[in-house]
Design a protein around this ligand. Sequence first.
Ligand code: GLA
Length: 351
Amino acid sequence: MTTVTSGGADPVTVLARAPGRVNLIGDHTDYTGGYVFPIAIDRYTEVEMERGTPWVELVSADEEDAAIVSLDDPVDPASVEPAWARYVAGVVAMVRPDTGGRGFVRTTVPIGAGLSSSAALEVATALALGLEGTPLDVALACQRAEQIASGVPCGVMDQLASTSGVEGHALLMDCRALTVEPVPVPGGAEIVVVDSGQRRKLATSFYGVRRAQTEDAETLVGSLREATLADVEQIAHDDLRRRARHVVSENARVLAFAEAFRSGDLVAAGALMVQSHASLRDDFEVSTTALDELVDELTATPGVHGARLTGAGFGGCAVVLAERGARIDAGVDAWRVRASAGASVTVLSDG
Ligand code: GLA
């Protein structure tokens, strides 16, 4: 992440840019301190802002109404209208900037498709408002912004992927130690995102229920990061046992997947993705019929090593690991993504 500071006076116009992410493997593991393996993608949200007003005012080509947030009149971000302004308000509440600004937002991250459009907006807004710190500092502030804006008790993966992306690399994150290890995407691998067309809203999904179930399971067997499959088989409650089994088995799959990437074994990596999808479908129960059918169609496509739902589930996108040049014609849209650098901010004019 590149941070440009103003050297005293506020810069007049800044351009902050933050990527979305696609998670290759490791879903619903971040909030129990497990492992995840996303890439920052070559789709971005940009916030261009002229600093200097005592409020923040952003317009977006994708939204009818502007986001207007006062700096000195604290409001509950979750109650702000229009709904997209809640993320801006959440960031303002976390950054507490001395000076606001006016400007616009544009994005190439599909909104609500499971590619972290909200994290990209938060990170770009925070950087435009002058938040400084390590990629982890910025990610933690923006994770909190997302939580207070949406009421969803999300983990840190999306914001950390957006701030810590490395070109050509996937990111092995340890969500307990809060470390990020870049792992090169093997030559010959193609990562394709396929949109199911099914849109979801995390706040209205079962995300909070699932998180609570993993916490309940932890009261029975201790940290799921440490628990073994034998431990979780002792859980008498059927739902809790299956939720815990997903987390424990998914953490192991992430580590095995990272190893397969390091050795360039795309066939092994693809098989792990298929197992991950089955676990999210059967044990964690966050898939949909549309996603299951899409993943079945994709895994039967020549040149595809593996496919799975990506992100929270309940709709959104599938991610595919394929060989170069594989022809993927499924879902409502499919496009190749490249592992990209993390968020940055530049001063366009300093008055
Ligand atoms: C959402 C959350 C993340 C993570 C995923 C599921 O994207 O924001 O923190 O929990 O769901 O892996």
